[in-house]
Design a protein. Structure first.
Length: 156
């Protein structure tokens, strides 16, 4: 009887040893602020094949919607850890900014945008990431809505 009890305990120990908590993200990483992305019907952003490096990539933006859009130089990077997105911390001390340039993405347009993030994020380690850009979608009354586009990529 004791032998059976010990065997059951050992089996339970083996079964539950793999059920521990997953590793927490590094303390300097905050959870994403962008749960809702890629919600503008007809507008897509993808990573151009073969362009990913630890310091940059090329994006392909395409507008097949019925609206005019613009985007700027700004972007942010997030890393996927334990199936959750976390903001990649910037390496710059203090304030930073982006050039205030508006790029049109008119109806039917397809364009490429190259980004080098080494100045802001350094060189990325191996892992799964996404880049997020905001896009302004103009309405008929001259107002606009802000949408966030995300493109997934892997650094090997």
């Amino acid at each position: 009887m004791k032998k059976a009890f010990v065997i059951v305990l050992l089996l339970l120990g083996v079964i539950f040893s793999g059920c521990g908590k997953e590793a927490a993200p590094p303390k300097n990483m905050n959870p994403t602020e962008h749960e809702k992305v890629n919600d503008l019907k007809g507008v897509t952003m993808t990573v151009k094949e073969g362009t990913v490096s630890p310091t940059g990539l090329t994006l392909v933006l395409e507008n097949n919607s019925q609206k005019e859009c613009i985007y700027s130089e700004s972007f942010l990077l997030e890393e996927k850890i334990n199936d959750q997105w976390y903001q990649v911390p910037v390496v710059i001390k203090g304030d930073y900014g982006f050039d205030d340039i508006a790029y049109p993405l008119n109806l039917g347009d397809k364009g490429e945008w190259q980004v080098n993030w080494e100045w802001l994020y350094g060189s990325l380690d191996k892992g799964d990431y996404r880049i997020i850009k905001d896009l302004l979608n103009f309405q008929e009354d001259g107002e606009f809505d802000t949408h966030y586009l995300a493109a997934l990529f892997t650094v090997n």
